[in-house]
Each structure stands twice: as structure tokens, then as C-alpha cells.
Design a protein around this ligand. Structure first.
Ligand code: NOJ
Length: 670
């Protein structure tokens, strides 16, 4: 439907393979089980599967401790079952991303077994070994994400090995060219088979400071840091600047293959650092996974701020993405409640950017109940920086009301099924036309049919408190999404009339809405606004296309909506500048429209801004030709602004005509 690469308009669905479907009666999920459930995934309407690790592994960290990068753990099947899985996935027009764990292997990987043997073993340098300090203590103060020091002493050779996670997950040394080559070869092994890309686990950790200095104390804990904040700022253990050359090498590996193969990075951290993972010109990972909506308070203004900050921070080449849950965090429905989980579904699938869904969220699966003492997650210990027991988000997928939710015929699944499985399962929810599962399916269909929702511009609009609403626009199609974060009725003023294409209750679907959209408690609604260039007299917000100009008269819509319209029409680069008119000259070079608008809106209180944009995006001429001013003083002020060619009188009723006349005059003047 669109020309964009599949991963821009597509939806990714994460499977935790241990918990999806057991076909053998082992109590743990496997490849054959996934094959049996592929029709379900295809019918759901997603585009790609991301499968967490399946490599041979002692399962100290449930597969994130890899003992062979080009193998398959017998628990899941063998290589030919993998090949069949991949073929069946492709047969259904789905893509497959696999997890790749570059930072550490298992201590049972033959590489580490060799490396550990002696200081002069050829594989010694494939891992990070260091002498103890004089007093015998670890070489530096780095801590393991799972608690305790990041170093373990090997008595035989008298050196410590570094492990950012468990002792059984020794960190690999990416400064060693042979190791690097072996890892890239492993990626090529899977690319040759036809996998469509990788999710790179904990990727910033592969670029450590070469001297491994002590990390400084962390005085400013940041909720956006990995898991939870550690006591140290991990500035040297995750040495971001050095990532770029490495990323370029990763990209070379991937880009040598046809078919839009994808690199997604598991990347946390402050926004500027996070953005840098896209690479300087977009030659980093295609998408650093965006977890920024996970650890924030679920409130309309906070969510909107988080999205808007991200939108503002992204360079043009960087495509956004959103993740609301995965195998490392609490279940979405338990974090925000069942009703808001439906609102979140609408948001996830309508924001600008690739959504990653987590298996079971389409059922509203809550946190599992893990009996005390039965924890499996190695991170579930009091010293860990992971503050939760991740088992709760990894319980089996619930297929039916059969024993163990149809997940296994074993005596026990590896983790208990959630208590509500008799009513919360695929079989039951599929039959209920208004279930959360039906909502996800509808949403995915609405999304698939809408270019605006897939690839359109994004602009938040003005709303009452506790509501977040935005417009997605592509060519003439405009979708307004309104999300009510409270259990009270709310009203959103519409810029123009439209028709409801979906609401979270899945009831009155084709309602026309005119000036006001009513949101029932905890309701999210998608409205298709009347398409394209509206009649300027019918609406105060007018877009006229005339003699190669796009002329925008802004009043009811916020600055962002206006901008997004202009930008989506012109293909101009977007960049925000908030530092006032002084920044004008500088920023003007970058993004002529954006700067003027962003600066003028707050500064010119009482003006309305009228923009004229040359159709030729190359043109760096003055885009703002006029402002309308409410009084003489403001008229004078406005006329002194750089770039302003005229000031119109404020006359609300005939503003559009006035602007038309103005443009005609300009055109005559040449
Ligand atoms: C991130 C993975 O998502 C998590 O599950 C794992 O424990 C760590 N990386 C270590 O590989």
C-alpha cells in the first residue's frame, strides 16, 4: 500500500518463545508450537514477529546467555524446525526478526571455555579479562545489572572476567577483530537463511571505554535509564560515542542483503543519547527501541509531553517507534488497568512510528502470579537493578479455557498461567465482538487501511485536561485520535467535521461528528476528518492551494497541527527552535517554516499567523509573508519582524478573503 519500507508502516509482534505454545508436552514453548499459532498471528493483522532468543543456552537468563550463535536449543526444535518456521512465517507474508545478543555470551559458549583456559589462549582476548587491583579487589567499580560487582575472579589464571549481567554471561570484547568477525559471520548465517532483521540486545554495552575507568556516581537517577537507575552513571561501561563506527559495520553486514533487513537496538538512556543511536545520517540502527512511555505516569499531559519531546528531538531521517511492554517490564494491563489498556492500544497503533506489541497484550493479560520461592528470573534478587520479577510478564499465552490455557499438555507449564485464563483467552475473546482482542484486530485493520495512520505526519491538538489528541495526516487523509485518560466524560473541539471510524467500546462506529467529539469515560476514538482542502468559509482553519503556494490560515488549530500540515505537504525538514527570535537567522537555514512558527506563536500573542510557502522546498526564501495583528501597536511590531512582507488587519469574518487578496497582490508584484 505504501512505498515506505515494511518496518515503517508495519506492526511488530514480540513472541517470548518459551511461553507462546508448547507442542511437545515439555511445559516450555517451542518452534512447532509457534508454527501452529501462525494463523492466529496473521489473522491478528500484524506484519512482523520478533522472537526472543532460541539459541543453545544453559538458560541462566532464559536464552540471553547464548552458547552457540548459529544454533538452536533442542528445547525449541532443531535447525530444520527453524527453517520450517521461517518458511511458514514468510508464506503468510510476515517478517521475522530474531534477537541477537552481542554484548555477552554464555560462560558455556566454547569461546569462553577456551578463553578461560589460560592467559595466552588464542580466545583469551575475545572476552574482557583484567588483573585484580593490588588489594585483590575487582579492576573497577562497575556493577552487574543483576546485582553485585560486574567482575568474577578466575582462580586458575588469577584474573577477573567482566560481566554486565550474570557471572554466567561474560562480556565479549568487541575490540578484538576476530571476535567481531565471528559475530558478524553469525549474523550473516541467519541473514543467509532469510531472517528479516535483528533486535540487538543491550547493544550500547558493546562500546565500552577502552581503559575501563570507574563509573562516576549517579546523583541524578533517571527513570528512562535501563530497568531502573543504577548507583553509578554507566558512562564508561556504555561508551556511546564509539558506537557509531560499530553501528556502521553492523549496517554494512545488513545492507549487503536485499529486502529491507532491519536493525532494532535495545537502547535506553536520556533522550539525546537515545536519539544518537540512529547514527549521524541515519546509519546507526534503523530504530532504537523506544521505551520512553513505559516508566512514566499514565497521564495525558505526561504522555503527550513524552511523545512531543521525542518528535521534536528526532532528525528527519529518524523514524519513531513505540514499545509499551516487553519481557523485561510489568504487563501493560497491570500497570494502567484494563480500561486504559484499551486506550493504550489505540495510542500505540496510531502514533507516528512503528508499534511493537507484546504477546498477550491483545488479551489484556495481567501480571502473572508467581508463588513465593518459585521465581525463575535470575534478576529477581534483592541486589538487582531490575526491580521487578520479570517472570510476571512471561507467563504462558492463553489460548483457551483448557487446562493451562491450552499452552501445554505437561503436568505444569514452566511458569503458571494467569489466574483468569478461563475467561481471558483467545478462544473466548475472539467470540466477543467488543473484547480487547476484537479491538486490537479492528485497530490493526483500520491502521492498515489508512496511510495517514501508517506514515502520516503527527500533530497534537488542543484538548481539555486529561485528554490527549492528535491528528495524523497524509495527503488528503486526516485522522484525529482522541484519548481520554480519565473515567469522566470529556469533549474535544474538532477542527472540522468527520466520522468516527473506531472507538474503544466498538459500538457506534459510523457516527458523524461535527464541532465537538464526546469521549465517554476511558474512551479512545479515531475520527476520520473531512478530507483535504476544506471550504474556507465553512471552517476557520483554511488551506488554500493557489498558484504553487500553500497558504495556511491558522486559528483554531494549534501551531503543531499547522506545521505538520505544511511539512507533510512540502516535504520540508522539521526542526524546533525554542530560543526566540534571536535564533532566527541561525535556525532559518535549517527549517524555514518551523522556526518562524514556533517562535512567533508564543511571542506574538494576539496575532494570527499567515504563512505562504513556496511549493519548491529547495527555496530558502521568506516563507512568512504576513501576520494579522489585532491593533495598531501589534501591527507595527509585526511589520518589524524579519521576513514579514505585510501585516493585515485583524478581521475574523473576512480573514480568508483578505489573505487571498494579499496573495494576489504579491503575485502581481512578482
Ligand atoms: C536485555 C534483555 O531484554 C533481558 O531480558 C536480558 O536479561 C538482558 N538484556 C541481558 O541479555
Amino acid at each position: 500500500m505504501t512505498d515506505s519500507p515494511w518496518w515503517k508502516h508495519g506492526v511488530i509482534y514480540q513472541i517470548y518463545p518459551l511461553s507462546f505454545q508448547d507442542s511437545t508436552g515439555s511445559g516450555m514453548g517451542d518452534f512447532q508450537g509457534i508454527i501452529q499459532r501462525l494463523d492466529y498471528i496473521a489473522d491478528l493483522g500484524v506484519d512482523a514477529i520478533w522472537m526472543s532468543p532460541f539459541y543453545p543456552s544453559p538458560m541462566a537468563d532464559f536464552g540471553y546467555d547464548v552458547a552457540d550463535y548459529t544454533g538452536v536449543d533442542s528445547m525449541f526444535g532443531n535447525m530444520s524446525t527453524f527453517d520450517r518456521l521461517l518458511a511458514e512465517i514468510h508464506k503468510r507474508n510476515l517478517k521475522l526478526l530474531i534477537d541477537f545478543v552481542p554484548n555477552h555470551s554464555s560462560d558455556e559458549h566454547p569461546w569462553f571455555v577456551e578463553s578461560k583456559k589460560s592467559k595466552d589462549n588464542p580466545k583469551r582476548d575475545w572476552y574482557i579479562w583484567r588483573d585484580p587491583k593490588k588489594d585483590g579487589s575487582p579492576p573497577n567499580n562497575w556493577v552487574s545489572m543483576f546485582g553485585g560487582p560486574a567482575w568474577t575472579l578466575d582462580k586458575t589464571t588469577g584474573q577477573y572476567h567482566l560481566h554486565s549481567f550474570l557471572n554466567k554471561q561474560p562480556d565479549l570484547n568487541w575490540r578484538n577483530p576476530e571476535l567481531k568477525k565471528a559475530m558478524f559471520d553469525a549474523m550473516r548465517f541467519w541473514l543467509d537463511k532469510g531472517v528479516d532483521g535483528f533486535r540487538l540486545d543491550a547493544v550500547p554495552m558493546i562500546a565500552k571505554h577502552p581503559d575501563l575507568p570507574d563509573n562516576p556516581p549517579n546523583d541524578t537517577p533517571n527513570a528512562q535509564d535501563e530497568y531502573s537507575s543504577t548507583s553509578l552513571k554507566r558512562v564508561y561501561s556504555e561508551y556511546y560515542e564509539n558506537l557509531h563506527p560499530l553501528y556502521e559495520e553492523f549496517r554494512k553486514v545488513i545492507d549487503a542483503y536485499d529486502g529491507e533487513r532491519l536493525l532494532v537496538g535495545e537502547v535506553w538512556g536520556p533522550l539525546d543519547v537515545w536519539v544518537s543511536n540512529y547514527g549521524k545520517e541515519g546509519n546507526g540502527v534503523h530504530m532504537p527501541h523506544n521505551f520512553r512511555l513505559i516508566n512514566i505516569e499514565w497521564k495525558a499531559d505526561i504522555v503527550q509531553k513524552t511523545v512531543d519531546e521525542l518528535e521534536d528531538a528526532l532528525p528527519k531521517f529518524a523514524w519513531p517507534n513505540y514499545v509499551l511492554a516487553n519481557h523485561d517490564v510489568l504487563r501493560l494491563a497491570s500497570r494502567i488497568g484494563q480500561e486504559q489498556a484499551r486506550v493504550a492500544a489505540v495510542m500505540l497503533l496510531t502514533l507516528r512510528g512503528t508499534p511493537t506489541m507484546y504477546y498477550g497484550d491483545e488479551l489484556g493479560l495481567p501480571n502473572g502470579d508467581i508463588p513465593l520461592g518459585k521465581e525463575r528470573d535470575p534478576a529477581a534478587n534483592p541486589d538487582s537493578f531490575v526491580t521487578i520479577n520479570r517472570d510476571v510478564a512471561r507467563t504462558p499465552m492463553q489460548w483457551s479455557a483448557n487446562p493451562f490455557a491450552g499452552f501445554t499438555r505437561a503436568k505444569q507449564p514452566w511458569l503458571p498461567v494467569s489466574l483468569d485464563y478461563k475467561t481471558r483467552n483467545v478462544a473466548v475473546l475472539n467470540e466477543r465482538p467488543r473484547s480487547i482482542l476484537s479491538l486490537y484486530k479492528r485497530l490493526l485493520r483500520v491502521r492498515k487501511q489508512s496511510q495517514a495512520l501508517q506514515i502520516g505526519s503527527y500533530a497534537a491538538i488542543e484538548t481539555p485536561a486529561d485528554v490527549y489528541a492528535y491528528i495524523r495526516e497524509h495527503e488528503r487523509e486526516r485522522m484525529l485520535v482522541a484519548l481520554n485518560f480519565t473515567n469522566e466524560e470529556k469533549f474535544v473541539k474538532l477542527p472540522i467535521e468527520g466520522k468516527v471510524v473506531l472507538n474503544t467500546r466498538l459500538d457506534s462506529d459510523s457516527d458523524r461528528v461535527e464541532q465537538k467529539l464526546k469521549l465517554r469515560p476511558n474512551e479512545a476514538v479515531i475520527v476520520e476528518l473531512r478530507p483535504g482542502i476544506p471550504d474556507p468559509k465553512a471552517s476557520k482553519a483554511a488551506i488554500l492551494e493557489d498558484r504553487g503556494y500553500v497558504l495556511v490560515v491558522d486559528d483554531d488549530l494549534g501551531a503543531r497541527t499547522l506545521l505538520s500540515r505544511i511539512v507533510s505537504r512540502s516535504g520540508l525538514r522539521v526542526k524546533t527552535a525554542n530560543d526566540g527570535l534571536e535564533a532566527l537567522d541561525l535556525a532559518y537555514e535549517e527549517a524555514p517554516l518551523m522556526i518562524l512558527l514556533d517562535i512567533m506563536m508564543p511571542r506574538l500573542d494576539g496575532f494570527e499567523v499567515v504563512l505562504r510557502l513556496q511549493a519548491d522546498p529547495q527555496l530558502r526564501s521568506v516563507p512568512v509573508v504576513a501576520v494579522t495583528a489585532s491593533d495598531e501597536k501589534k501591527k507595527r511590531e509585526a511589520s518589524m519582524l524579519p521576513g514579514i512582507k505585510g501585516v493585515l488587519a485583524k478581521a475574523q469574518e473576512n480573514l480568508v478573503e483578505e489573505v487571498e487578496r494579499f496573495v494576489k497582490e504579491l503575485a502581481q508584484k512578482g
